[in-house]
Design a protein around this ligand. Structure first.
Ligand code: SAM
Length: 264
């Protein structure tokens, strides 16, 4: 019985990572306090400043993502839902669904739809299939949602299986693809002609993608057209530190369709 329990979505910041940076900065500060033994210990203030800054950015980011800090994680998902909903798709796929948050928001906004979420749920993330299923049950959409472990690098659905495909901050995470744009092509493969897609990722981060042109070219290669291509901050004003380049400053929202027969 899950009635009365709150869903648990987590944030896009791994808590283990935040704890590690906090522990290292605390250790550096403690070591610098030994300066009464030798002034050389003051050198630990340098790594303390670096790790302390990273810890501060991560901690503030977590806060911004939660309801108390502006609920930006939910607001970003809502932005994506608003770009999908007018097309009234019946079969929707979320590639890299994490804790099921976007799948569940889509299912709530589209009462005639079934929404599928796939994810690899590797050990480096704190999300799981069970968590998604529990959240869907608590939110009352379990009957119209499905979750499965699959790699975004090789989606196990036939071509054109979905009326809409979404993905949020996942393509750059696909470890088994050297060119992360190939993940975009694979997601578009399962979109039917006439279907709509909405992708948010760090498409402008040179550490993840060679260039935004490369991403545009990949979308064209997949036979899809682009109707929207812009930085996230252009659609949703982002406060500090979310607009930091190491957080969401390089996030780009792309939406479009796959030309073809609009009927499913
Ligand atoms: C930043 S999280 C975003 C989660 C979710 N899209 C959201 O908006 O809350 C990145 C997600 O990508 C997933 N992921 C990483 N590599 C993947 C792969 N090869 N196939 C499917 N999912 C993957 C991770 O497990 C994680 O859930």
């Amino acid at each position: 019985m899950t009635v009365g329990r709150a869903p648990r979505y987590g944030t896009w910041i791994r808590s283990g990572r935040l704890r590690r940076f906090a522990a290292v900065s605390g250790a550096c500060l403690a070591l610098s306090a030994l300066a009464w033994l030798s002034p050389w210990f003051l050198l630990f203030l340098v790594p303390f400043a670096v790790f302390g800054y990273i810890t501060l950015i991560l901690a503030l980011t977590v806060r911004r993502f939660t309801p108390r800090g502006g609920d930006f994680q939910r607001r970003i998902h809502d932005l994506m839902v608003a770009k999908v909903a007018p097309a009234a798709p019946r079969r929707v796929l979320d590639v890299g669904c994490g804790s099921g948050s976007l799948v569940i928001r889509l299912a709530k906004a589209l009462p005639d739809s079934t929404v599928t979420g796939i994810d690899s749920w590797g050990t480096d993330w704190e999300y799981s299939q069970k968590q998604c299923e529990n959240n869907a049950r608590i939110e009352g959409v379990a009957a119209r949602t499905a979750f499965g472990r699959q790699s975004a690098a090789a989606i196990e659905f036939p071509d054109g299986s979905f009326d809409a495909v979404v993905s949020c901050l996942t393509f750059h995470e696909i470890g088994d693809l050297a060119d992360k744009s190939d993940g975009v092509v694979e997601a578009l493969r399962v979109l039917r002609p006439g279907g709509r897609y909405v992708f948010l990722d760090l498409f402008a981060d040179p550490a993840c993608y060679p260039s935004t042109e490369d991403v545009r070219e990949a979308i064209g290669r997949a036979g899809a057209s682009i109707t929207e291509f812009g930085i996230l901050a252009g659609s949703l004003p982002l406060p500090f530190p979310l607009r930091h380049p190491k957080v969401l400053g390089h996030a780009i929202l792309i939406a479009g369709t796959k030309p073809g027969n609009a009927s499913s």
